[in-house]
Design a protein around this ligand. Structure first.
Ligand code: ADP
Ligand code: MG
Length: 922
């Protein structure tokens, strides 16, 4: 019997059906144009690009010309690649153009689908980005689909690791740019560390299509991109705070929760610490740890407290050759080179009296969510998005549209087989593999980790069963192996990530072979000929495989998320092929142990489960799916929460980056600088001559000193105040006037000596430099704030709101500090000799080179980190109360640098060559 819901859907159709039906009208329009397109010569077809551009210039919209454009690209693809986009591919293309997610199963040809909206949107000339999950795919897709774009006279570029800034700029200048999410994201961060507009490589975020969108926007959403580097030496601070904590001898001063591994100051302890900090000059007289400005102190106090009360020498860490080395909690092994984050390691070093290594801090960071939200229009495609449709909608405003397959899906999905132990399960899997192989059926085995892949491989090796193992380390090699995974009797073991984006075709992958053999051929006819030959060769193999039942996908465990399981399944049954999928589970699997409900247990008892036997029952599938649903919801909550915190920083980052860009673009910052100076004067006057205060309450002496210190001018403020009838307003006016005049004189003198416009250049570089410096310090403070919020006893208060309001206060402080610093530095500026100017520019250039070197080192490390980690496991920052996840890129840790060229800049960011710095011999 049908439920009400499905009954209604039967009558009215689902929302999805209606969307698909609506787009069929466009498909019909495209189809109707096909004969006319076929009649055009290659040159005529290519000429259409200019025609379309012209019509857009005349005021036509993209939607107006869409059917003609799609018909043109379809014909171009047919001629350039020998592939004619199917009707369902046109539907997918429309979904992408509309800025939504097209869910299209594996093997439906999403790579080709993208060419239609990409070309259409690239006609505007504003650049279109196509985002792939790895560099191999970025290259492959540029090369492969480039044939269509080039055929139509468009330019393509690809950004890959190792490309220098000129190469990047050129790639972004193309009509279409392919690259990975990491490359795009890092380029954005690095661009915003540049000092001249012309050094930037990106030219805006107009339209982006993200391939395997679930992997990038969901799986990788928990690890932000981070550029980090060492900050100035703060050993003194750590030592002083360590002394303070050392003196906290009364247990009443703090509260320890052994289970949660937390320690907090009691109210009493708090007061004592405040007093001690004031004595040491770490807090201002009368200051409190509850002041928003004390975040950094609170943070370090917390870390020192943890170092002393929660971390035990020889249990959690050991001290060896002047170093604190972490001991792995589970294995008991020393983890040399690994460091606790957020100042905890430094606190331990201070506690043990060893050399305090510089702290590594975030110089720039962004989550993928926030990077991709920069795009004016964003679209995505993947085989598996529906289970996460809510998340795509609520976070990105992306609708998921399920596009029907070109051919009906006939894959058989078996019920799960549940065993008691892992051992029994593995035995059954090995048996299944041998059985399938004997029948000539290709088998793809999916595991959840590299270790598990290797365990299974070892078993197969013992039994002399030939097989391939993939683990997402070498994308290119893997693509080759995956391409052969459909050959009769092939056994391929892979983690979920492995070989993504490459299609498993029964009998063997036609496309990979065609691509391989037609690399340098542009001629469509010849390509078609070669394709025909390869197709014939592989047809026989394919026939055998079909007879054996197609590709058999074997899952060795359920993943936390149904989506990932579906990805694995989806490898089989492409384009109407036969296929089968089976998941083998055991009660000892992580998911079953942690999340399997009691109901599952009692259910299994009721069904009875014998040694070596499997339970196969639809109930079990339902129960497991429910467990997965729960985990998915929890993970979504974590991501949502993370994003809420990140949004606060994101708004500030956007504001700062915009300011930076404006400053770089500005011809003349005279007014900006003058306004800052006036604002500083306003602040000073308001502080020392409060509104409505009597004249005898005026602190004119202090004001005079402050004017001298901040504005660099000795002015008779006290004398002015003695004059009859002078009020704060007039003093302010006189200060404006005096400083404006002094500045004009200084400008004239400096320009006379060094040429016109000198002071304008100084203003600009100074402003950028000071802005960057404050922004970096601000980022550190935000990190601290985030962890402090977790520690503070915010009874009944919402941590997010606390974070928001304090972060805002800090940001206001940043702006005020920025104004003061710029004003002061320009105030003390005196006419300089050309040599001094040169020296100054050199220093600035050095600082800039240092930043750049850090950013570059970070890029390299990210790439290396990716090569080892098959999946970016969120590294929970150990020092934080809340779990911030970071992919730490460590310019401070030479052990993570790999091989560095002797003449390359040292990755530590010193600006010196490696051979003169960390790479010095002896
Ligand atoms: P997806 O990314 O959707 O899994 P791919 O883009 O990797 O799929 O394409 C899978 C295979 O389908 C490729 O070998 C490609 O050549 C083939 N293909 C795509 N579109 C067509 C088409 N219109 N006609 C024939 N083959 C196609
Ligand atoms: Mg793909």
């Amino acid at each position: 019997m049908l439920g009400l819901d499905s009954l209604a859907k039967k009558v009215f159709g689902t929302a999805n059906d209606r969307k698909i039906r609506a787009s069929m009208r466009t498909v019909e329009a495209v189809n109707a144009l096909e004969p006319a397109m076929k009649a055009l010569t290659d040159a005529q077809l290519r000429a259409r690009t200019a025609e379309f551009r012209e019509r857009l210039a005349q005021g036509a919209t993209l939607d107006d010309i869409l059917p003609e454009v799609f018909a043109t690209v379809r014909e171009a693809a047919r001629r350039a690649l020998g592939l004619r986009p199917f009707d369902v591919q046109i539907v997918g293309a429309l979904v992408l153009h509309q800025g939504n997610i097209a869910e299209m199963k594996t093997g439906e040809g999403k790579t080709l689908v993208a060419t239609l909206p990409v070309y259409l949107n690239a006609l505007t000339g504003k650049g279109v980005h196509v985002v792939t999950v790895n560099d191999y795919l970025a290259r492959r897709d540029t090369e492969w689909m480039g044939k269509v774009y080039h055929f139509l006279g468009m330019t393509t570029g690809v950004i890959v690791p190792g490309l220098d800034d000129n190469g990047r700029r050129a790639a972004y200048a193309c009509d279409i740019t392919y690259g990975t999410n990491n490359e795009f994201g890092f380029d954005y961060l690095r661009d915003n560390m540049k000092y001249r507009l012309e050094d930037m490589v990106q030219r805006g975020h107009h339209y982006g299509i993200v391939d395997e969108v679930d992997s990038i926007l969901i799986d990788e959403a928990r690890t932000p991109l981070i550029i980090s580097g060492p900050i100035d030496d703060q050993s003194d601070l750590y030592v002083k705070i360590d002394e303070v904590i050392r003196e906290l001898d009364d247990p009443a001063y703090y509260e320890i929760d052994e289970k949660q591994r937390t320690v907090t100051l009691s109210d009493e302890g708090n007061e004592v610490v405040e007093q001690k900090l004031i004595e040491r000059g770490l807090l201002p007289e009368g200051g409190s740890l509850y002041d928003p400005t004390s975040i950094t102190q609170v943070h370090h106090v917390n870390q020192a407290l943890r170092a002393h009360r929660l971390f035990a020498r020889d249990k959690d860490y050991i001290v060896k050759s002047d170093k604190v080395i972490i001991i792995d909690e589970f294995t008991g092994r020393m983890m040399e080179g690994r460091r606790y984050s957020e100042g905890l390691h430094q606190a331990l070093e201070a506690k043990e009296g060893v050399t305090i290594q510089p702290e590594n801090v975030t110089l720039a960071s962004i989550t993928f969510q926030n990077y991709f939200r920069l795009y004016r229009k964003l679209a995505g495609m993947t085989g598996t998005a529906l289970t996460e449709a809510d998340e795509f909608m609520s976070i990105y405003g992306l609708d998921v549209v399920e596009v029907p397959t070109n051919m009906p899906l006939i894959r058989v999905d078996d019920h799960d087989q549940v065993f008691r132990t892992v051992e029994e399960k593995l035995g059954a899997i090995v048996e299944a593999i041998q059985d399938g192989r004997a029948r000539g059926q290709p088998i793809l085995v999916g595991t959840t980790s590299i270790e598990k892949s290797e365990q299974l491989a070892a078993r197969l090796k013992n039994l002399k069963v030939p097989h391939n193992v993939l683990n997402a380390r070498y994308h290119e090699q893997e693509a080759q192996i995956i391409a052969d995974a459909g050959v009769p009797g092939a056994v391929t073991i892979a983690t979920n990530m492995a070989g993504r984006g490459t299609d498993i075709q029964l009998g063997g992958n036609v496309e990979m072979r065609v691509l391989d053999e037609t690399k340098d051929i542009e001629d469509g006819e010849r390509i078609a000929g070669i394709r025909a030959r390869i197709e014939a060769e592989l047809a026989e193999a394919k026939r055998q495989v079909i007879e054996a039942g197609g590709l058999w996908v074997i899952g060795t465990e359920r993943h936390e998320s149904r989506r990932v399981d579906n990805q694995l399944r989806g490898r089989s049954g492409r384009q109407g092929d036969p296929g089968r999928s089976t998941f083998y589970l055991s009660l000892q699997d992580d998911l079953m142990r942690i999340f399997g409900s009691d109901r599952l247990d009692s259910m299994l008892q009721r069904l009875g489960l014998e040694q070596g036997e499997a339970i196969i029952h639809p109930w079990v599938n339902k129960a497991i799916e429910r467990a997965q649903g729960k985990v998915e919801a929890r993970n979504f909550d974590i991501r949502k929460n993370l994003l809420k915190f990140d949004d606060v920083m994101n708004d500030q980052r956007k504001a700062i980056f915009e300011q930076r860009r404006d400053i770089m673009a500005a011809e003349d910052l005279f007014e900006t600088v003058r306004d800052m100076r006036h604002a500083v004067i306003d602040e000073l006057v308001a502080r020392y001559i409060p509104k409505r205060a009597y004249a005898d309450q005026w602190e004119t002496g202090e004001l005079e000193e402050a004017v001298q210190a901040t504005l660099g001018l000795a002015l008779p403020v006290r004398a002015w105040a003695e004059e009859e009838g002078v009020d704060d307003e007039q003093i302010r006016e006189r200060l404006y006037e005096a400083t404006d005049t002094a500045y004009a004189e200084k400008e004239a003198a400096i320009d006379a000596q060094n040429g016109a416009g000198t002071i304008r250049r100084i203003e600009k570089s100074l402003l950028l430099q000071i802005l960057d410096q404050h922004w970096r310090e601000h980022l550190v403070r935000l990190d601290h704030l985030r962890s402090v919020i977790g520690f503070r006893g915010y009874a009944q208060r919402d941590p997010l709101n606390e974070y928001k309001s304090e972060a805002f206060a800090l940001f206001e402080g940043l702006l005020s500090q920025l104004r003061t610093d710029v004003t002061r530095q320009l105030g003390v500026l005196r006419p300089m000799t050309p040599e001094e100017i040169e020296e100054r520019q050199r220093l600035i250039a050095e600082a800039q080179a240092r930043m750049q070197a850090r950013a570059d080192a970070a890029m390299r490390e990210k790439v290396e980190a990716e090569a080892v980690a098959q999946r970016p496991a969120p590294a929970v920052a150990l020092g934080a109360g809340g779990g911030t996840a970071t992919a730490e890129l460590d310019a401070a840790n030479p052990e993570t640098w790999g091989k560095v060229g002797r003449n390359a800049p040292c990755p530590c960011g010193s600006g010196r060559k490696y051979k003169h710095c960390h790479g010095r011999l002896s």
